[in-house]
Design a protein around this ligand. Structure first.
Ligand code: TYC
Length: 120
């Protein structure tokens, strides 16, 4: 969310007085309103492989995607059977961070587990 300052003349709603309580006293009153902009969503995907233990994948889903045991097991089995599965949908920055966390944790434990992201 960004905060944008604008003059009364720029207000779509016609604004109020020109130097109200929050005015500048110069006759060019400004107000600040919140502008919300949804970030482009990205899917984080987990890929299957033949070597990473199922328990390790479940641990990753719990640790980095805040899934409970039941959810994490369901997603892990989906990936195991179909080859790929969705861990969650995030802003680019958050998605990229999670991919890095999973990849680093997998490498630290000598597992080939792969995680990637794509535009949702
Ligand atoms: N296929 C792996 C096995 O049989 C388990 C696995 C599941 C690996 C999901 C990666 O993203 C994955 N041990």
């Amino acid at each position: 969310m960004t905060l944008q300052t604008f003059t009364m003349a720029e207000r779509r709603d016609g604004g109020g007085d020109d130097d109200g309580g929050e005015g500048t006293g110069t006759g060019l009153a400004t107000r600040t309103r919140a502008r919300t902009k949804q970030p482009t969503p990205y899917r984080v995907l987990m890929l299957n492989d033949d070597y990473t233990p199922m328990e390790f994948v479940v641990l990753c889903l719990q640790r980095f995607f805040r899934m409970n045991m039941e959810e994490a097991t369901r997603v892990m089995l989906h990936v195991h059977q179909k080859g790929v599965g969705v861990c969650g949908i995030f802003s680019y920055e958050v998605a990229e961070t999670k991919v890095g966390q999973v990849t680093d944790f997998a490498r630290q434990n000598q597992h080939p587990l792969q995680c990637t992201l794509e535009k949702a």
